[in-house]
Design a protein around this ligand. Sequence first.
Ligand code: FE2
Length: 299
Amino acid sequence: MAEGQIVAGLLAPHPPHLVYAENPPQNEPNSEGGWEQLRWGYERLRKSLEDVDYDCIVILSPHWQTYVGTHFLGLERFESLSVDPIFPNLFRFKYDVTVDVELSKAIHDQAKDDGLAVKMMENQDFRIDYGTITSCHMIRPEWDKPIVSISSNRGHAYYSVEVMQEMMIQLGKATRKAILESGKKCVIVASNSLSHRHFTTESEVPEDMSVEHISSHAMHLWDMRMIELMRSGKSQQIVNEMPEFVEQAIAESDGGALTWMLSALDMPDEPAILHGYGTIIGTGNAIMEWPSRNWRENS
Ligand SMILES: [Fe+2]
């Protein structure tokens, strides 16, 4: 069997506003658009992946929160209605998700062998979080690729950013090893915003772009710093600065997704591509791609 490959790593933020603004048939509410800068960014990302052959999307979302270890979806199909708890007016999405249980179990088993606390989620009534659904929808609205969905074990909330990162680096290594051994080609996705200080009120028309902007200058500076580090291939520096970033920018990378993804890519020195940046209710969001398929064999 040929060795598997991570064909791309992505930073793919998941505010439900993006799906709301796209008006796909699966989502109940209707919009007049909005957040075009980011939606055009996702369009560029989809174009970049258009001719790339891959089998599966492996995603870690901070909105599937598990407090005892890392969990993995363990059943072939999940079908239900996902309602955003904060924005039920924007996101009521009928989903039908196929899971690559074989790969999910392989990553689970590797992580377990490496000493991490893990569990397969095998409750058919389990409702998939809106973060996973939004990022997957914006990356691949056809929903024709199976996914592996990984929970956020909230190491930051329980312990500290440092402990969270140690666990996510280990989980990233396990993910990489399992993918290479599986013979499959995968896109791996960190589903999170950058700075995450958001407005506490919503305008009358949610998609009114005249009121959309970054919540503060400090948040803007942090977002630009992180994007520049990504664009110049300074993965290790991102990990090193993560404690300050999370504390000062209330960054959503506190869920571990970004550290996990960079670790699964083996802390790349290669630059990431910026497909788009924009704010959503004041939070900073970048759509980035690490095109590892072009770097070296079996990256
Ligand atoms: Fe979020």
